[in-house]
Design a protein around this ligand. Structure first.
Ligand code: SME
Length: 163
């Protein structure tokens, strides 16, 4: 079993450790679902104040629920809908401090108050999104955006179906 404990004092340090741990977890493994499962668990056990952490995969013309930690969630999200569908459509990270103020937010867990969604793009193709929810308003800031984008960039290849 992997030791997931990351002890750090600052967010940038924590994300630097998270990037290293994420790289280590996916090293040598090309199954994207297995890798998404381990990364969701790593994030869930590393970042405080989350109530959902996981992936939606781009499949056909929509996002389909992938490996996650937290309560059961909506299975299919059209591109352009909600926070996840907006991140997928724009290919830009969505950092939402108050989900109730986000037009079209899809409430999978009523406890969610803030959310961050990072698109996963490889070779200019959309692979899916990483979605984190928090019960705290304003839980995510620019350091979380930068840190999570770095994590995703570092492991995007391992989250992509081998051709
Ligand atoms: N809130 C998301 C839906 C996914 S759940 O948060 C797990 C959205 O608006 O796209």
């Amino acid at each position: 079993m992997f030791d997931l404990k990351i002890d750090t004092t600052s967010k940038p340090e924590m994300y630097a450790d998270l990037v290293s741990a994420a790289r280590g977890l996916v090293e040598g493994e090309r199954d994207p679902v297995a890798n998404m499962a381990n990364i969701a668990a790593l994030i869930w056990h590393t970042l405080p104040d989350l109530n959902w952490a996981g992936f939606y995969r781009y499949h056909g013309s929509e996002l389909v629920l992938g490996p996650f930690q937290g309560k059961p969630a909506c299975i299919r999200i059209p591109i352009g809908s909600g926070v996840c569908g907006t991140a997928a459509a724009t290919r830009l990270t969505q950092c939402v401090s108050d989900v109730h103020a986000f037009p079209g937010h899809i409430a999978c867990d009523a406890a969610s108050r803030s959310e961050i969604v990072v698109p996963i793009v490889r070779d200019e193709r959309l692979v899916g999104v990483l979605d984190l929810d928090s019960p705290l308003p304003g839980r995510f800031d620019a350091q979380d955006v930068a840190g999570l984008e770095t994590v995703i960039e570092a492991i995007a290849k391992s989250l992509t179906q081998a051709e």
